[in-house]
Design a protein around this ligand. Sequence first.
Ligand code: SF4
Length: 204
Amino acid sequence: MSSSRTLEEVGADAATCTRCRLSAGRTQVVFGVGSPTADLMFVGEGPGYHEDKQGIPFVGAAGQLLTTLLGEIGIARDEVYICNVVKCRPPGNRDPLPDEIDACRPYLLAQVSLIDPRIVVTLGNFATRVILDRPVGISRVRGQRFTWEGRMVIPTFHPAAILHGGGQASSQMAAVREDFATLRAALAELPPTPAPVEQQLGLF
Ligand code: SF4
């Protein structure tokens, strides 16, 4: 997928995509939402029931929890970009299959390339494995800082895992809060983004 394309053009391509079997059961493609120039990008697993109906990622209970966690570190949801590894809902909310992830990967890589976030937060095993391109387990790597293609990656648990975590929910919630504190610190440590050349030259 050419990096000379705009985010809107890539999204328009995805909207009619039939590259994998997930196209058969979707209501609509859930491409991504948020600031196209975000410093911070979140990558989840795949759309659920509500996301499939509304066409927006993270709108159900897991999305509300993500919004709450962002608010706790002083970030508004519309300041970040949010998307998933696969853009169409797996039937019955099953895990995405390897060939489906491979088919959808070019869209995710195009989103990262075009939005160019300084930090990517991967939510859960699938996003973490796709972005880091290694078979890691989220429990082992959560909260650590990785470098991938010149940007920082911080994995943490998927909010849905906390909501369905049963007896582990409170410990997972504490872990995610710890990871979001790491994220806040990482954002604070980032060097300022250089001003546009025109601004540096005093042209506006
Ligand atoms: S999941 Fe991705 S690759 Fe599969 S049909 Fe949807 S947009 Fe295309």
